[in-house]
Design a protein around this ligand. Sequence first.
Ligand code: NAD
Ligand code: NA
Length: 398
Amino acid sequence: MIIQPRTRGFICLTAHPEGAAENIKNQIEYVKSKGEIKNGPKKVLVIGASTGFGIASRISAAFGSGAATIGVFFEKPASEGKLGTAGWYNSAAFEKEAHSAGLYAKSINGDAFSDEIKAQTIELIKKDLGQIDLVVYSLASPRRTHPKTGVQHSSVLKPIEQPFTNKTVDFHTGVVSDISIQPVDSTDDINNTVAVMGGEDWKFWIEDLKAAGVLAEGVKTVAYSYIGPELTYPIYRNGTIGRAKDDLEATVPAINELLKDLHGISYVSVNKALVTQSSSAIPVVPLYISLLYKVMKEKGIHEGTIEQMQRLFAERLYNDVETPLDDKGRIRVDDLEMRADVQAEVAKLWEQANTENLEEISDIKGYRDDFFQLFGFNFDNIDYNKDTSELVQVPSLA
Ligand code: NAD
Ligand code: NA
């Protein structure tokens, strides 16, 4: 099959298996180039393991400290005449590379919010690994069926009190325009978003893993959050998704309590704004990211998901000194994004940005490149006019 990018709105409907493999190989090479992560994790569960920060975490653990990994994700498998999703091809490529390097890697494809997938994961840990020493929680989803009530919650991206008007970009066309987003209709919008992206499911995972006795002494767990600049506060940190992040962060003490007798610990890491399938769906944020990329690349401090996760592991979670935390107890690997000089320059560019000057003052090209690479496109060394097999399987699921 000849596979080309096909987009609808901010999503790409196709994914290229060889390109996905290239993306994974590049990430593995980066992690190897940074050397061994001393005292790194050895047996790791990654929930949300197939794309974005999750696959980068899995790669950092496996190729940074030789960890056995179990990855849980929700992806469409490749089948006869039908393409799999990018996360499917990423996972196929990851397992193949891990197995050739002699590393244990198995995956579970299904709804991580469900009790069934949690039970299935626990069985696999018991059978193959005994206990795990790191749980990475990297889910991003628009909806969650609550395992206890059966209610399906859908998250929304809305401001809370007032309508929010600001600039946004259609990153495909480069057209900058004003967008106005109406605030939540009722507290239901907030509650539903918290139910999907808040901390409850992370806690459910840790409760079940602990009750099953599959968490090792000294276990660590980490989930990911975002803060960002004031200009996105109304739609992000002070909006519905921000309430969910507040809830996620507020879950840390409860999880620490659960892990106390194992001398375990939980963290939320605040990560940098990056192009992922999830972030491209948030209004205003893609324009901010394309300006941020420009400024950070000029300063030589740009990082992608793999640089972020390798640094999180090597310099925060597993460094020899105590993990540095902010005044709210969070890990900050958004430190470079939030530097005052970076933010001042982005704010200045934000005022200027319009359709006419966008190519010049922003890194919209870098945004697009990253976006298409998420789906295995835009790699120079791959011939996209050539026939390729779409029927690539995840070895442990084949
Ligand atoms: P992503 O969309 O790339 O990854 C989401 C992952 O969750 C995928 O592996 C997907 O398969 C999995 N998933 C979704 N629903 C599932 C379900 N029901 N069952 C099992 N797996 C499911 O997203 P991302 O940007 O890497 O986000 C991961 C986390 O990082 C989120 O908490 C996000 O808020 C946070 N974060 C993102 C950014 C950013 O700029 N992208 C910045 C800081 C923090
Ligand atoms: Na992820």
